[in-house]
Design a protein around this ligand. Structure first.
Ligand SMILES: Nc1nc2c(ncn2[C@@H]2O[C@H](COP(=O)(O)OP(=O)(O)OP(=O)(O)O)[C@@H](O)[C@H]2O)c(=O)[nH]1
Ligand SMILES: [Mg+2]
Length: 297
């Protein structure tokens, strides 16, 4: 009998904006490590989601959606995805089958075709389509001829995920874990807070606001006397007229988003938090390298 072999490696999770990459990573890790929203371009930087079990360790690298960048921010986001495509052991393309295939899918397939190493296609959101509608999507992805495996799943309901995990693992090198078993992400408190705060504003705003919204945490400080962690953050919008929208009438939206972020931080990290949120308009911040460095560092 052969000895039990552990496998460990990294998986770049890429695809069009809104395909469900972050939802998939959260589901496979079993913990919410990445923020999720119904708006495209939610994820702006690479983020690790680490799954450790009896068979080994899978380090998922969640990435921003593949798109044609218009702002410097979006160029930085695309670079994050392209670097993950180059560097990780396995490339996993997430395709949203609930929306028609189009130029965005071809763009993603072309990028994957140029990447080296094992490739897996995940057809996501199968809870939204009939089997009859799924078949042509399966055939189209299969025709690309670049995937070792194609797995239909619903990251939302969990359907198909038990089949996906062994498929991914097959392509990983034998070896010891890359991170301590209890580690689920590489994101520190500062980053997690910034992301969670942004998520709560994405949930409460629409149209162009989400794209121009950035959250910058200036300070994370322990207040031992009060036994809580104080977080000071600025919610930056792209236009002066957007400030009022993010504040809401009488500052209500800001308060509600802040409370929601605080509760989730307390649940995720334990202990008590106090959030101090400011709103500022910084027209053109998405072109400003000083802002972008803190976003993608
Ligand atoms: N019905 C359904 N919805 C899903 C599924 N997976 C994700 N979603 C939804 O799709 C939307 C986008 O999910 P995200 O996980 O943020 O997508 P993403 O690919 O990370 O998006 P970006 O970070 O913007 O590129 C959210 O509203 C999710 O709830 C699924 O399997 N079924
Ligand atoms: Mg995402």
């Amino acid at each position: 009998m052969s000895a039990h072999v552990r496998r460990a490696g990294t998986v770049a999770v890429v695809g069009r904006p809104n395909a469900g990459k972050s939802t998939l990573v959260n589901a496979l890790v079993g913990t919410k490590v990445a923020i999720v929203s119904d708006k495209p371009q939610t994820t702006r930087r690479r983020l690790l989601g680490i799954r450790t079990d009896a068979e080994g360790q899978i380090v998922f690298v969640d990435t921003p959606g593949l798109h044609k960048p218009l702002h410097r921010l979006n160029k930085a986001m695309m670079n994050e995805a392209l670097e993950a495509l180059r560097e990780e052991d396995v490339r996993l393309l997430v395709v949203d089958v609930s929306v028609p295939s189009g130029g965005g899918d071809r763009f993603a397939l072309d990028l994957l075709a140029r990447a080296e190493g094992p490739r897996i296609a995940v057809l996501n959101k199968i809870d939204q389509v009939s089997r009859a509608a799924l078949l042509p999507r399966l055939e189209a992805v299969s025709r690309a001829g670049i995937f070792e495996d194609i797995v239909p799943v619903s990251a939302l309901t969990g359907e198909g995920l038990d089949l996906l995990v062994p498929v991914i693992r097959r392509h990983l090198p034998e070896g010891e874990d890359l991170f301590p078993a209890a580690t689920v992400t590489n994101s520190d408190t500062k980053t997690r807070a910034a992301e969670l705060i942004r998520e709560k504003f994405l949930e409460r705003t629409r149209e162009e606001i989400p794209y121009g919204l950035g959250v910058f945490v200036e300070e994370v400080r322990r207040d031992e006397a009060k036994d809580l962690t104080v977080i000071k953050a600025t919610v930056v919008v792209d236009r002066d007229s957007h400030k009022g929208i993010v504040l809401g009438a009488g500052g209500r939206l800001l308060r509600e988003a802040g409370t929601a972020a605080r509760l989730e931080l307390e649940q995720a990290l334990g202990g008590r938090f106090y959030l101090e949120l400011l709103v500022a308009a910084r027209p053109g911040w998405r072109e400003d390298p000083r802002f972008l460095d803190t976003l993608t560092s």
